[in-house]
Ligand binder design. Sequence first.
Ligand SMILES: C[S@@+](CC[C@H](N)C(=O)[O-])C[C@H]1O[C@@H](n2cnc3c(N)ncnc32)[C@H](O)[C@@H]1O
Length: 348
Amino acid sequence: MKALRTTTAAFSSFLKPSSTFSLAAAFQHHKIAHVPRISLTSSKQNTFRFMTTASNDTPSSSSSSTPPPPPPPKFDAEMAHLYQRVAENHYHENGPWNLMLKAFQDSNSQLEEQDPSFRLLDLASGHGEPCTLFAKTYPNAHLISTDFSNDMVELAKERTQHLSNVSVEQADMQDLRFESNSLDVITCSYGFMFPPDKDKAIAEAYRVLKPGGVLIATTWNQLPLMALVGDIMTKVLKLDQRPPPPPLNPMSLSEPHLFESMLEQGGFEVMTSTTSSYPFVLASDHDFSFKMVTMLIKDKLNELNEWDTARDAYNSLINHYAFVDADGNTVIDDNVFKLTVAKKPVMM
Ligand SMILES: C[S@@+](CC[C@H](N)C(=O)[O-])C[C@H]1O[C@@H](n2cnc3c(N)ncnc32)[C@H](O)[C@@H]1O
């Protein structure tokens, strides 16, 4: 399990697949009937980076004896804006944020009754969700929206400036500045898939939560868009099978029970784990839909100067993955996510 986790967290390159790990799991739910098997070499280091990392985003290491982990690849400004458009879909009633709020209310109503000024930390908050939704629902609570990317932090500041109970700051979820046992709730929507050291991120969440505190997180189980991206890269790289996914891989925790077992190994008690799905409405503008789909591979396409091939591939593949709705929007359906609620046990 440990080796598997290391490998899923550190796909080294789109260019040189060679190894013992099957990517079948990462692609197991998408619409294509046959699942290619690709092998990778397990490595702690990403030898290839798709995203640049600004120096002021480099996290500090909390340990002087071990070398610091490589900085996570970054959601840059262009991605932040594209992601904001994609994220409009997440407001769906069956989307992550509504269901996270409901899970909190179901599992933690006592906390709210006892202490309306509870402290909630939102990790990998992006442009500020689900922090903003919780802040509006619980005006007496104290909420902190955090993200690794300064560009995302700026968007979150803009979106929450009218909310007096929210503060926004830059933070790497692998290395939090918060005191141990200081927070009542941690939320994290679509974030735990991205840090290179996911165990460290879980350990940090555990550390800063109070005993009895609750972690509510969503992770992707099935994302047809990633299969489409894989097919586009297969054509761009002229391969006969899908290459490994990019380092910023939303599917890195899609293996059944993987996230739950990582949480349990980190000391959490998993209370519930449920799945739900909703459609992604991309755009009626064909070019904009293409940009949204290729968001995670844009640096690679720039490096290879292969935008034309990618566009041709997208044009030939999109109907396989998407349909056009009555308003002319390209829609990708069957996006399945997992909502996990876990508790830091109260030690006796
Ligand atoms: C898919 S977005 C999720 C944003 C938001 N929570 C939502 O539900 O739409 C993932 C976010 O994780 C952030 N991220 C990636 N690595 C991170 C890390 N090590 N620490 C904190 N945030 C990170 C990215 O900058 C990005 O904003």
